[in-house]
Design a protein around this ligand. Sequence first.
Ligand SMILES: [Fe+2]
Ligand SMILES: [Fe+2]
Length: 152
Amino acid sequence: MPNGRWSPDLITGNARIDAEHRELFAMAASMVADPKRSDTLKVGLAMLEYFESHAAEHFLAEEEQMSCCGYPGLLEHRAEHGRLVEYVANMRREVSSGGTDAEVLAIANRLLCNWLVRHMTTHDQSLASYLRDHPHPPAPAEPPRLDARPLR
Ligand SMILES: [Fe+2]
Ligand SMILES: [Fe+2]
């Protein structure tokens, strides 16, 4: 399993999900540029806010897909999204209140990236596989055969 970074092992095969995952990793990677820079926390906060809104959009899109196709793991997957959203919101609150420093932000960021990797290689891989096997909308049923006899 990749160590907290995006890698080809994370590809789910679902083009939309994969594109959004790459974006999330790019955002997470730029959250902590250089802990020694004086504006690290300011940059980190801006990237956290950006990440937070993109992650929320991405999670909602996945949850809509789960709902549409009757995915059996919806509740568990949605709960995991909720925990991730809460973790990021806590990070953002800590940074914006000045209650943390760049090194703590870097550690929190590594945990976030590891969490993303774990989520994508388990929950999201399962979802993508289910979506492949259960395309939505389902193929239309055969139309009823009309009786060839003329109407009277
Ligand atoms: Fe997910
Ligand atoms: Fe995802």
